[in-house]
Design a protein around this ligand. Structure first.
Ligand SMILES: Cc1cc2nc3c(=O)[nH]c(=O)nc-3n(C[C@H](O)[C@H](O)[C@H](O)COP(=O)(O)O)c2cc1C
Length: 183
């Protein structure tokens, strides 16, 4: 059986919805980075034992939150011993603006995964970009590098977009399928 972990930070409760959708698709364990940027020892064991790790963070000022970056820097311990080498990796982000520089966040996740010498998985989804496209279509935000969600700045966590959640679920499912094949 494959083990998948979704490690994420959410400052105000929106990105956690996306994390839950990815975890649902991947049948993964959720690992929440706390407000101080910390994980428990048990969380680190979960990550070390996982076949795949999916990173998640809101986009803040064009990149990951400082709490996620603290987690990333702490993972230098695993980097030193190449403990996460050849694991499968992916990433997702949520932000207020349709573009909002979300790709910078995904690019940071990709770089972190490559530092750990992992194997990156993109969405495998076509964008929904025709005249007939609707906001809650799958991959309406249109990302191939990892899953994106766009949440208006005044929306509550219960108002996150259903299509973006389904996009996240499908992405988790793809990561699980590829992890299984590799294993
Ligand atoms: C400090 C800060 C910086 C932000 N920077 C961006 C940004 O660069 N681009 C963007 O589209 N939204 C930005 N936002 C909006 C958040 O990405 C958005 O509110 C998101 O839904 C927050 O997710 P969370 O509830 O999981 O923290 C920012 C919000 C905060 C608090």
């Amino acid at each position: 059986m494959t083990k998948i972990a979704v490690v994420f930070h959410s400052g105000y409760g929106h990105t956690v919805k996306q994390a839950e959708a990815v975890a649902k698709g991947a049948n993964a364990t959720l690992v929440a980075i706390d407000a101080e940027g910390n994980l428990t020892d048990a969380h680190w064991v979960t990550l070390n034992e996982a076949d795949a790790i999916v990173f998640g963070s809101p986009t803040y000022m064009g990149t990951v939150s400082w709490q996620f970056k603290k987690f990333a820097d702490t993972s230098s311990k695993q980097w030193f011993s190449q403990q996460w080498k050849d694991k499968v990796f992916g990433g997702f982000t949520n932000s207020a603006t349709m573009n909002g520089d979300k790709h910078s966040t995904l690019h940071y996740f990709f770089t972190l995964a490559m530092q750990h010498n992992g194997i990156w998985v993109g969405t495998g989804l076509m964008p929904s970009n025709s005249k007939a496209a609707k906001r809650d279509d799958i991959n309406y935000v249109g990302s191939s590098a990892g899953a994106m969600m766009q949440t208006p700045s005044d929306a509550s966590a219960d108002e996150v977009n259903a299509g973006d959640l389904e996009t996240a679920r499908l992405y988790g499912q793809r990561i699980a399928e590829i992890t299984k094949r590799l294993k």
